[in-house]
Ligand binder design. Structure first.
Ligand code: 13P
Ligand code: SF4
Length: 319
């Protein structure tokens, strides 16, 4: 709970004691985002989390998000201790792309560049030519198209399909999906739009094509946040995890933000506009990871050095 003063103070002093900084994703709970803000950490999308962690001088990074975000931090900063409130926080995209199957799939298409989304294990990254996040994927794939390259894309089929349509790239797609974004429904969004005619629809590209089609803006979490700031609409229908509302409301207190409808509802809905793995991050677990140095990320050095190559390629990429 956001008013848990003692716990928050404990975390603040542990961060100082351990020379640690908090790196939080937009989908974590408000209290964690607030703490990141108050302690000189960052609230960010997955690309900005990687950049911030790699450039920060703290000895320890506490990554509040899902496992691939902690692994990315470790790949980039092996000398730092990377802690996570829980190592149970995974991602359906990561789970749906096991390294052995993926590697065999790549072996079948040796003529293609392997582009993987950041939401993958270190081992999958180690098999890739490029790692991308949703905020940079279009630019990287456009660059590969200019170079005449054909592409294997994994694991998110919806993001891959969106990029394929936008860039005209020759892409073979892995069939993974995000259990949160794949639930958004275009019909429900259009029904809401009819109720709020002045609204704009903001969509994360992990959503299905039919949902992307009704979007006014398609983008990564930070791109959607930015759109909500600069657009003049009074109401925004948002097809991404509702955790983003913390920053959207803070930046634009006079605007209305509404969750895009999903197929399920109420108690039957495990992942309606909120990632169940992101939700595992709690203040208590954050405190415990700092206190006990639990939830530490370790990656075999052989895998790490291989995964660093496509990851660094992304960070060095400029349009
Ligand atoms: P962003 O890179 O847009 O923050 O996305 C990460 C993610 O897991 C979205 O579901
Ligand atoms: Fe993975 Fe989807 Fe959760 Fe993001 S929201 S971490 S893509 S399951």
């Amino acid at each position: 709970p956001i008013d848990n003063l003692q716990l928050r103070n404990e975390i603040k002093s542990l961060l100082k004691q351990k020379d640690a900084v908090l790196v939080a994703h937009y989908y974590t709970e408000d209290a964690i985002q607030e703490l990141a803000e108050e302690t000189g950490g960052v609230i960010a999308d997955s690309l900005e989390m990687a950049r911030f962690g790699a450039n920060h001088e703290a000895k320890t990074l506490v990554v509040a998000g899902v496992k691939f975000m902690g692994e990315t931090a470790k790949i980039l900063s092996p000398e730092k201790t990377i802690l996570m409130p829980t190592l149970e926080a995974t991602c359906s995209l990561d789970i749906g792309c096991p390294i052995d199957e993926f590697s065999a799939f790549c072996d079948q298409h040796p003529d293609r560049k392997v582009v993987v989304y950041a939401n993958t294990s270190a081992a999958v990254k180690a098999r890739a030519d490029w790692v991308v996040t949703s905020s940079i994927a279009l630019d990287v794939v456009n660059h590969l198209v200019d170079q005449g390259e054909k592409i294997i894309w994994a694991p998110d089929q919806h993001l891959g399909g969106y990029i394929q349509r936008e860039t005209g790239a020759d892409m073979i797609l892995w069939d993974g999906a995000c259990i949160v974004h794949e639930e958004f429904k275009a019909k429900g969004i259009l029904d809401l739009k009819a109720i709020y005619p002045d609204s704009a629809v903001l969509v994360h590209p992990e959503s299905p094509e039919s949902v992307v089609e009704v979007a006014d803006v398609v983008g990564s979490t930070s791109q959607l946040l930015n759109a909500s700031k600069v657009m003049k609409n009074s109401t925004f229908i948002v097809a991404t995890d509702r955790g983003i509302f913390y920053k959207m409301k803070q930046a634009s207190p006079d605007k209305r933000f509404i969750e895009a409808p999903t197929a399920g509802s109420g108690a039957n809905c495990r992942s309606c506009a909120h990632c169940p793995w992101m939700a595992l991050n709690s203040l208590e677990m954050l405190r415990d990871s700092l206190r006990n140095a639990s939830g530490e990320i370790h990656i075999a050095e052989e895998t790490r050095v291989k995964a660093l190559i496509p990851l660094q390629r992304m960070l060095d990429f400029q349009i």
